[in-house]
Design a protein around this ligand. Structure first.
Ligand code: DX5
Ligand code: ZN
Length: 215
């Protein structure tokens, strides 16, 4: 089943609740929250208060993507704030095994994101513990960037690795996902699509989500 996780980074934050209603009515499966610290990535976005506020207005699972250094310091607090899926960047974790266990101990789904240049093989040993792997198809930090074409090969290789190990791990793709390239991304093996600009800048959000699912 294909799941859509709209990235709020591209929404109108002055009307956050209305934007959330639009994606709920449009059939989104998750709400993707991009947390940036101005250190791991060259941008700053939102933190605990926004996750908490979102939790109070929606029943959709909060898919919290931590683009922050040393995420261990904040995992417990994001879990308490209402995150349902917590994604850490592999490049930000010195002790990834410990970080993944820590997320699971909070009773949350654990995911690891890989920057475009990071080899999927870094996940070989922790893969059985993960609920989801996030393939970054742009360099993290900003919405509205172009999909990096080699990401498709990476998704295929990851899908092969997951199948070979007999796992059911979700494959999420984030960055530059549009109605024009979603078919290729899904055919490669991805089943969770993050889209910011493609959804929030479209005239008809419901129609765009439908296309992202069905194309
Ligand atoms: C990028 C973020 C993405 C971003 C996607 O650093 O992780 O979630 O908001 O935005 P689009 O879909 O516009 O590329
Ligand atoms: Zn993201």
């Amino acid at each position: 089943m294909i799941k859509i996780s709209p990235s709020l980074l591209a929404c109108n934050f002055a009307r956050l609740e209305e934007e959330v209603r639009k994606i709920e009515e449009g059939g989104a499966h998750y709400v993707h929250v991009d947390v940036m610290d101005g250190h791991f990535v060259p941008n700053i976005s939102v933190g605990f208060p926004i996750v908490q506020a979102l939790k109070s207005i929606t029943k959709l699972p909060l898919d919290v993507h931590l683009m922050i250094s040393d995420p261990d310091r904040y995992i417990e607090e994001f879990a308490k704030a209402g995150a349902d899926i917590i994604t850490v960047q592999q490049e930000a974790c010195i002790h990834l095994d410990r970080t993944v266990r820590y997320i699971k101990e909070q009773g949350k789904k654990a995911a690891v994101a890989l920057n475009p240049a990071t080899d999927i093989r870094v996940l070989e040993y922790v893969l059985p513990m993960l609920d989801m792997v996030l393939i970054m198809s742009v360099n993290p930090g900003f919405g509205g960037q172009k999909y990096i074409p080699y990401s498709t090969e990476k998704i295929k290789a990851l899908k092969k690795m997951i199948d070979k190990m007999g796992l059911k791990t979700d494959i999420q793709v984030d960055g530059g996902v549009t109605v024009d390239n979603c078919r290729e991304i899904k055919a490669a093996g991805a089943n969770v699509l993050v889209a910011g600009s493609a959804i929030f800048q479209s005239k008809d959000i419901k129609e765009t989500i439908r296309k992202l699912i069905e194309y």
